[in-house]
Design a protein around this ligand. Structure first.
Ligand SMILES: [Zn+2]
Length: 217
């Protein structure tokens, strides 16, 4: 992931914005006043355009009114905002239900590989149909529509650009998604150096499949 410093010209920032699919967790407290969110409490989420990435900020209704409501109309770097109801996270003893679609989507968001961009979109739509993701907002960036999905259970935000697929392209992407769901994501090829994931693994010529890529039953 290329990082550039704040203060770069806008055109440079925009170059790197396009493929930021990182999943952004919902805060458990107001990121302005620091008060903890309680179960069922409304919150306001904002998505700020930063060089190379989006940054999510969650605040309580009071802080929204006092500090941000006005900015929301005027600040061009505030690309999106939406409201939600805070739900206390499930206790760690409750196992998260296994869902192959969700698992693949998370892996692809982490991979940040433009080749899988249309697949990310298809998977998000599949999860939306299953009522696991909800579209909270959409905005336009570089002439491209970006959907802001929120995970219904965890409140995480997924920013998914609309690949504007033509009908003739849809079949190819759907076949790719079906293939990935069945076989898992192939191990990352050596073309891109990922600095974030340097795990000490013995290189025996054959790379082990990525962790978590297996699809059980
Ligand atoms: Zn607050």
């Amino acid at each position: 992931m290329v990082r550039i410093h704040a203060g770069q010209p806008h055109f440079l920032q925009d170059l790197y914005l396009m493929n930021d699919w990182r999943i952004q967790a919902r805060a458990s407290h107001c990121q302005e006043c620091g008060r903890g969110f309680t179960d069922g409490q409304p919150y306001h989420s904002m998505l700020w355009a930063k060089p190379g990435h989006y940054r999510r900020q969650d605040v309580c209704p009071q802080c929204w009114t006092q500090h941000y409501r006005q900015q929301a109309r005027t600040r061009p770097d505030l690309v999106s905002y939406w409201r939600g109801l805070y739900e206390a996270p499930p206790s760690s003893s409750e196992p998260m239900p296994h869902d192959a679609v969700e698992e693949l989507l998370r892996q692809l968001c982490q991979r940040q590989d433009a080749r899988y961009w249309p697949a990310v979109y298809i998977l998000a739509v599949m999860m939306e149909r299953r009522r696991l993701l909800r579209v909270k907002e959409q905005f336009w960036r570089q002439g491209q529509r970006v959907f802001v999905y929120e995970h219904v259970r965890t409140g995480e935000a997924f920013t998914v650009p609309d690949p504007a697929l033509k009908l003739s392209e849809l079949g190819t992407v759907q076949r790719l998604v079906a293939h990935l769901l069945e076989n898992g994501l192939p191990a990352q090829d050596g073309k891109r150096d990922s600095q974030t994931e340097s795990r000490p693994v013995e290189t025996t010529g054959l790379q082990p499949a990525e962790t978590g890529a297996s699809a059980h039953g």
